[in-house]
Design a protein around this ligand. Structure first.
Ligand SMILES: [Zn+2]
Ligand SMILES: [Zn+2]
Length: 231
Protein backbone atom coordinates (compact mmCIF):
# COMPACT_ATOMS: atom_id res chain seq x y z
CA UNK A 1 0.00 0.00 0.00
CA UNK A 2 1.38 3.37 -0.87
CA UNK A 3 0.99 6.45 1.21
CA UNK A 4 1.86 10.06 0.72
CA UNK A 5 4.87 10.56 2.88
CA UNK A 6 6.58 13.76 1.95
CA UNK A 7 4.11 16.24 3.32
CA UNK A 8 6.09 18.73 5.29
CA UNK A 9 9.27 17.68 3.50
CA UNK A 10 11.66 20.55 3.86
CA UNK A 11 14.58 20.33 1.53
CA UNK A 12 15.31 24.02 1.18
CA UNK A 13 18.57 24.63 2.94
CA UNK A 14 20.20 27.95 3.57
CA UNK A 15 22.16 28.65 0.42
CA UNK A 16 25.11 30.99 0.08
CA UNK A 17 24.63 33.90 -2.32
CA UNK A 18 25.68 32.80 -5.79
CA UNK A 19 25.10 33.69 -9.45
CA UNK A 20 22.25 31.81 -11.13
CA UNK A 21 23.63 29.28 -13.61
CA UNK A 22 20.88 30.32 -16.07
CA UNK A 23 20.57 34.12 -15.82
CA UNK A 24 23.58 35.19 -13.76
CA UNK A 25 21.55 37.13 -11.15
CA UNK A 26 22.85 36.79 -7.59
CA UNK A 27 20.52 35.19 -5.05
CA UNK A 28 20.38 32.76 -2.13
CA UNK A 29 18.07 30.48 -4.12
CA UNK A 30 20.70 27.92 -5.10
CA UNK A 31 22.32 27.01 -8.41
CA UNK A 32 19.48 28.59 -10.35
CA UNK A 33 17.29 31.41 -9.09
CA UNK A 34 13.61 31.45 -8.22
CA UNK A 35 12.50 33.39 -11.28
CA UNK A 36 14.36 31.02 -13.63
CA UNK A 37 12.81 28.13 -11.67
CA UNK A 38 9.34 29.45 -12.45
CA UNK A 39 10.15 29.34 -16.18
CA UNK A 40 11.51 25.77 -16.28
CA UNK A 41 9.62 23.42 -18.63
CA UNK A 42 7.67 21.45 -16.02
CA UNK A 43 5.41 18.65 -17.21
CA UNK A 44 1.73 19.33 -16.75
CA UNK A 45 -0.56 17.13 -14.68
CA UNK A 46 -2.28 15.46 -17.62
CA UNK A 47 0.07 12.64 -18.52
CA UNK A 48 -0.04 8.89 -18.94
CA UNK A 49 0.62 7.41 -15.47
CA UNK A 50 2.69 4.60 -17.03
CA UNK A 51 5.05 6.32 -19.47
CA UNK A 52 4.75 9.96 -18.39
CA UNK A 53 3.87 11.35 -21.84
CA UNK A 54 1.05 13.90 -22.06
CA UNK A 55 -2.33 12.21 -22.33
CA UNK A 56 -5.94 13.35 -22.28
CA UNK A 57 -7.37 13.34 -18.72
CA UNK A 58 -4.24 11.52 -17.46
CA UNK A 59 -5.47 8.28 -19.00
CA UNK A 60 -3.13 5.44 -19.95
CA UNK A 61 -1.97 6.24 -23.47
CA UNK A 62 -2.61 4.11 -26.53
CA UNK A 63 1.03 3.09 -26.81
CA UNK A 64 1.11 1.77 -23.20
CA UNK A 65 -2.19 -0.08 -23.73
CA UNK A 66 -0.74 -1.72 -26.84
CA UNK A 67 2.73 -2.53 -25.51
CA UNK A 68 2.68 -2.50 -21.70
CA UNK A 69 6.16 -1.53 -20.47
CA UNK A 70 7.86 -3.51 -17.69
CA UNK A 71 7.60 -0.50 -15.36
CA UNK A 72 4.31 0.50 -13.76
CA UNK A 73 4.67 4.24 -13.40
CA UNK A 74 6.81 7.13 -14.57
CA UNK A 75 7.43 10.24 -12.58
CA UNK A 76 9.18 13.03 -14.38
CA UNK A 77 9.52 16.60 -13.22
CA UNK A 78 10.51 18.31 -16.45
CA UNK A 79 10.17 18.04 -20.20
CA UNK A 80 13.57 17.49 -21.83
CA UNK A 81 13.68 20.96 -23.33
CA UNK A 82 15.73 24.13 -22.91
CA UNK A 83 17.20 24.89 -20.40
CA UNK A 84 16.72 21.53 -18.62
CA UNK A 85 18.59 19.80 -21.46
CA UNK A 86 21.59 22.05 -20.76
CA UNK A 87 21.44 21.39 -17.00
CA UNK A 88 21.21 17.63 -17.55
CA UNK A 89 24.15 17.73 -19.98
CA UNK A 90 26.08 19.77 -17.42
CA UNK A 91 25.70 17.12 -14.71
CA UNK A 92 26.67 14.41 -17.19
CA UNK A 93 29.92 16.12 -17.97
CA UNK A 94 30.81 17.82 -14.71
CA UNK A 95 29.00 15.89 -12.00
CA UNK A 96 28.74 19.21 -10.14
CA UNK A 97 27.13 18.17 -6.90
CA UNK A 98 25.25 21.40 -6.09
CA UNK A 99 23.53 21.18 -9.47
CA UNK A 100 22.81 17.44 -9.09
CA UNK A 101 21.29 18.08 -5.68
CA UNK A 102 19.07 20.94 -6.79
CA UNK A 103 17.76 18.85 -9.71
CA UNK A 104 17.22 15.83 -7.44
CA UNK A 105 15.36 18.04 -4.94
CA UNK A 106 13.02 19.26 -7.69
CA UNK A 107 12.27 15.61 -8.49
CA UNK A 108 11.85 14.71 -4.79
CA UNK A 109 9.07 17.27 -4.45
CA UNK A 110 7.01 15.37 -7.07
CA UNK A 111 7.25 11.99 -5.37
CA UNK A 112 4.26 10.76 -3.40
CA UNK A 113 4.70 6.97 -3.24
CA UNK A 114 7.47 5.54 -1.09
CA UNK A 115 9.21 2.57 -2.72
CA UNK A 116 11.03 -0.11 -0.69
CA UNK A 117 14.29 0.58 -2.50
CA UNK A 118 15.86 2.92 -5.02
CA UNK A 119 18.29 1.77 -7.73
CA UNK A 120 20.13 4.00 -10.15
CA UNK A 121 20.51 3.31 -13.85
CA UNK A 122 23.89 1.56 -14.04
CA UNK A 123 26.60 2.65 -16.45
CA UNK A 124 28.78 0.04 -18.12
CA UNK A 125 32.17 -0.16 -16.32
CA UNK A 126 33.96 1.13 -19.44
CA UNK A 127 31.71 4.20 -19.60
CA UNK A 128 32.05 4.70 -15.86
CA UNK A 129 35.83 4.69 -16.18
CA UNK A 130 35.69 7.24 -19.02
CA UNK A 131 33.35 9.56 -17.14
CA UNK A 132 34.57 8.99 -13.58
CA UNK A 133 31.08 9.04 -12.07
CA UNK A 134 27.53 7.98 -12.78
CA UNK A 135 25.19 10.99 -12.81
CA UNK A 136 22.15 8.76 -12.18
CA UNK A 137 23.80 7.38 -9.08
CA UNK A 138 24.53 10.89 -7.80
CA UNK A 139 20.86 11.79 -8.29
CA UNK A 140 19.76 8.54 -6.62
CA UNK A 141 22.04 9.17 -3.62
CA UNK A 142 20.48 12.56 -3.03
CA UNK A 143 16.93 11.24 -3.47
CA UNK A 144 17.57 8.31 -1.11
CA UNK A 145 18.92 10.65 1.54
CA UNK A 146 16.19 13.28 1.15
CA UNK A 147 13.32 10.78 1.10
CA UNK A 148 14.76 8.34 3.65
CA UNK A 149 14.61 5.35 1.28
CA UNK A 150 17.42 2.78 1.00
CA UNK A 151 19.55 2.89 -2.13
CA UNK A 152 20.66 -0.49 -3.45
CA UNK A 153 24.20 0.01 -4.70
CA UNK A 154 26.26 -2.49 -6.70
CA UNK A 155 23.24 -4.76 -7.10
CA UNK A 156 22.36 -3.92 -10.69
CA UNK A 157 25.04 -4.10 -13.35
CA UNK A 158 25.15 -3.18 -17.00
CA UNK A 159 26.82 -6.08 -18.68
CA UNK A 160 26.82 -4.81 -22.25
CA UNK A 161 28.33 -1.55 -23.41
CA UNK A 162 25.51 -0.65 -25.76
CA UNK A 163 25.53 2.05 -28.43
CA UNK A 164 23.67 5.16 -27.32
CA UNK A 165 19.98 4.56 -28.03
CA UNK A 166 19.58 7.78 -29.94
CA UNK A 167 21.79 6.52 -32.75
CA UNK A 168 19.49 3.57 -33.43
CA UNK A 169 16.23 3.39 -35.35
CA UNK A 170 13.28 3.16 -32.96
CA UNK A 171 12.39 -0.46 -33.78
CA UNK A 172 15.97 -1.61 -33.11
CA UNK A 173 16.15 -0.24 -29.59
CA UNK A 174 14.22 -2.96 -27.76
CA UNK A 175 16.17 -5.78 -29.40
CA UNK A 176 19.40 -3.96 -28.78
CA UNK A 177 18.88 -3.62 -25.02
CA UNK A 178 17.75 -7.18 -24.33
CA UNK A 179 19.83 -8.80 -21.60
CA UNK A 180 21.86 -5.63 -21.01
CA UNK A 181 21.48 -5.79 -17.20
CA UNK A 182 21.91 -8.21 -14.32
CA UNK A 183 20.62 -7.94 -10.77
CA UNK A 184 22.04 -9.91 -7.85
CA UNK A 185 19.38 -9.15 -5.21
CA UNK A 186 16.19 -10.99 -4.36
CA UNK A 187 13.47 -8.36 -4.75
CA UNK A 188 10.45 -10.56 -4.10
CA UNK A 189 7.35 -8.46 -3.40
CA UNK A 190 9.23 -5.16 -3.39
CA UNK A 191 8.47 -1.82 -4.98
CA UNK A 192 11.61 -0.48 -6.65
CA UNK A 193 12.16 3.01 -8.05
CA UNK A 194 14.69 3.30 -10.88
CA UNK A 195 16.40 6.71 -11.00
CA UNK A 196 17.72 8.05 -14.31
CA UNK A 197 18.39 11.49 -15.71
CA UNK A 198 16.30 11.34 -18.91
CA UNK A 199 13.71 8.97 -20.33
CA UNK A 200 13.67 9.09 -24.12
CA UNK A 201 11.80 6.05 -25.45
CA UNK A 202 11.70 4.19 -22.13
CA UNK A 203 13.43 1.17 -23.67
CA UNK A 204 16.48 1.23 -21.39
CA UNK A 205 14.49 1.73 -18.19
CA UNK A 206 12.03 -0.89 -19.47
CA UNK A 207 14.82 -3.42 -19.84
CA UNK A 208 16.17 -2.73 -16.34
CA UNK A 209 12.60 -2.96 -14.97
CA UNK A 210 12.23 -6.31 -16.74
CA UNK A 211 15.43 -7.51 -15.02
CA UNK A 212 14.08 -6.38 -11.62
CA UNK A 213 10.81 -8.20 -12.27
CA UNK A 214 12.68 -11.42 -12.99
CA UNK A 215 14.16 -10.98 -9.49
CA UNK A 216 10.66 -10.76 -8.03
CA UNK A 217 9.92 -7.00 -7.95
CA UNK A 218 6.18 -6.46 -7.58
CA UNK A 219 6.13 -2.84 -8.68
CA UNK A 220 8.69 -0.79 -10.59
CA UNK A 221 8.54 2.99 -10.86
CA UNK A 222 10.71 5.15 -13.08
CA UNK A 223 11.86 8.44 -11.57
CA UNK A 224 13.47 10.71 -14.12
CA UNK A 225 14.42 14.36 -14.16
CA UNK A 226 13.21 14.87 -17.68
CA UNK A 227 11.02 13.18 -20.28
CA UNK A 228 11.64 13.57 -23.99
CA UNK A 229 8.35 14.59 -25.56
CA UNK A 230 7.34 13.54 -29.08
CA UNK A 231 7.65 16.34 -31.65
ZN1 LIG B 1 18.14 32.91 -12.86
ZN1 LIG C 1 1.85 5.78 -21.79
Amino acid sequence: MSKKFNSGLNIKHLMPEQPCVLCGAFSNDGVWCRSCDADLPRLGNAHCPVCGLPSHNSEICGQCLKYTPSFDATLSTFAYAFPIDKLVQAIKFSGRLALVNQLADALALCIVNRPDFIVSMPLHPIRLRERGFNQSQLLAQRLAKTLGVSLLTDVCKRTRNTTPQSSLPWQERGKHMRGAFTCSADLTGKHIAIVDDVMTTGTTIGELAHTLRIKGALKVSAWVLARTLPH
